[in-house]
Design a protein around this ligand. Structure first.
Ligand code: NAP
Length: 451
């Protein structure tokens, strides 16, 4: 189709008074000429004109976005300015939000600004918070007409797009990857059930951008964040204050923003709800009601989750903690950080010699999908009457938990830790609202079943 035929269709549409037409900024001169030729007034009196600019290769800066918007405004005050740009960093959303805030919210210009690709997804979901005129969604998953589009059902039912307004506080999970995260479904369902004016987005944030992104997002009205891999350590540098246990663990997963209205400042505090969640699930499983107090605990794994479990166990009064890890030097280093009640050993040593324990907690990824046939421990090292917890939650019943159950142990699934860490986050963000734990659990179960 020739360019003239293409523009001709748009002039025809104007003649038929369609509600909106979308003309590329670079074609507007030819479009006006054609309107003149066909005796159609410009700007069209009955049709809203979207002027658009696309850059599929490069993100644009705030000043570049402003320059294009002002140029578009030169074609009439009712023109809707639309810019879609490539995104290759979480910070590109910040640029979009700032441009929308300035031109759409503050100046009242109708604008659509979108960052494309997975990095740009927050700009599509949260457009209305910053006065965006509209957003684009795909008809269904797999039918996206541009990279990063969310399908309509998810946009409306999971992200509750229509309930987001400039007054809506935003929350987000930051991670990379973040696509697989169940947190947006869980927290949005909970916010909806509790009738909270709040929305929760997934934000892919690359490791180098955590500090900058978090500070900028808070400036733009984000009220809280969940943080997952790889951000749990780097994000600590953006905090004004750290919770004591999170500081000891050396990793956090929750950002809480407090506003000091008189001083017109905001402060950020970092928490680690992973340990509280795991400990409460394990303590509930200890039949004599004494929780972890005085218990001999074995922690398999010395990664991020391993640190949370080991420090958590001591914080709850464990008598001793044996850290067992494939790389023995990491087990020993963690044991040193934990202090005199802890020792470190290798997996081989544990599996050949064994250690007496009351509670065993796995935080290695052994047994996780797609390696469901693996277990980190030799089955005969697990004794009847002990409590066995596995942080892995996909599958729900790992080989470790199955073998422990067969040996008469009380078992606790990682799903409980996941649900409880989210419930603890919810409590920190909404201290006056009871977290709907049943709904949270159901959302996670549904997600896991559909995988
Ligand atoms: P991480 O920091 O990467 O640590 C991974 C741990 O697994 C390390 O101790 C590593 O040992 C060990 N490991 C990995 N592959 C192994 C293998 N083939 N054999 C023996 N050990 C192996 O990860 P993370 O953040 O701690 O997460 C660990 C697990 O916990 C993941 O499965 C994650 O899904 C789960 N998790 C669950 C929740 C929840 O809410 N339920 C929360 C956080 C994490 P080396 O040090 O020798 O590499």
């Amino acid at each position: 189709m020739s360019e003239e035929d293409r523009l001709g269709i748009l002039v025809d549409a104007v003649k038929r008074r369609v509600s909106h037409i979308d003309v590329e900024l670079k074609a507007i001169g030819s479009f006006i000429d054609l309107c003149c030729e066909r005796k159609e007034p410009f700007p069209p009196p009955y049709t809203k004109l979207i002027l658009s600019h696309h850059d599929f290769n490069n993100p644009l800066t705030l000043s570049e976005l402003s320059e294009i918007i002002l140029k578009m405004r030169g074609y009439g005050p009712s023109v809707i300015a639309k810019i879609a740009m490539a995104a290759n960093s979480a910070m590109d959303n910040i640029c979009v939000f700032r441009a929308l805030q300035k031109h759409a919210l503050n100046d009242g210009y109708p604008c659509v600004i979108i960052a494309m690709g997975e990095f740009g997804q927050p700009s599509r979901i949260a457009a209305a918070k910053y006065g965006g005129y509209l957003t684009f969604a795909s008809v269904s998953e797999g039918n996206e007409s541009a990279p990063g589009q969310v399908d309509l059902q998810t946009l409306l039912n999971v992200f509750r797009f229509r309930s987001i307004s400039p007054s809506t506080p935003l929350y987000a999970v930051l991670g990379d990857p973040v696509k697989q995260s169940m947190s947006p479904a869980l927290h949005n369902a909970s916010m909806a059930l509790c009738e909270l004016d709040a929305a929760y987005l997934p934000a892919r944030v690359e490791a180098a951008s955590y500090v900058e992104f978090v500070r900028a997002a808070v400036d733009l009205g984000f009220k809280g964040m969940s943080v997952t891999i790889p951000g749990k350590v780097p994000v600590m540098d953006a905090m004004n204050e750290m919770d004591d246990v999170a500081k000891q663990i050396g990793a956090m997963n929750t950002v809480v923003v407090s506003e000091h209205e008189e001083l017109k400042t905001k402060s950020l505090k970092g928490y680690n709800t992973d340990w509280v969640a795991a400990m409460s699930a394990v303590e509930e499983a200890v039949k004599d009601g004494t929780g972890l107090n005085g218990k001999r605990v074995v922690c398999l794994g010395a990664g991020g989750a391993g640190r949370a479990l080991a420090f958590g166990a001591l914080a709850r009064g464990a008598a001793s903690v044996v850290v067992v890890n494939r790389s023995v030097e990491k087990a020993q280093a963690l044991a040193k950080d934990l202090g005199e009640k802890a020792t470190g050993m290798s997996m081989e040593e544990f599996n050949s010699n064994g250690v007496e324990f009351d509670v065993l907690m796995n935080s290695t990824s052994v047994g996780m999908f797609p390696n469901e046939g693996d277990s980190p421990v030799v089955a005969d090292k697990i004794c009847e009457g002990t409590v066995v917890f596995d942080a892995v939650y996909n599958p729900l019943q790992t080989k470790l938990l199955k073998e422990a159950e067969e040996r008469g142990c009380v078992t606790v699934s990682g799903m409980e830790m996941f649900v409880r860490q989210a419930a603890e986050q919810f409590k920190l963000w909404f201290p006056n609202v009871q977290p709907p734990v049943g709904t949270m659990r159901q959302v996670v179960l549904n997600k896991l079943k559909s995988k």
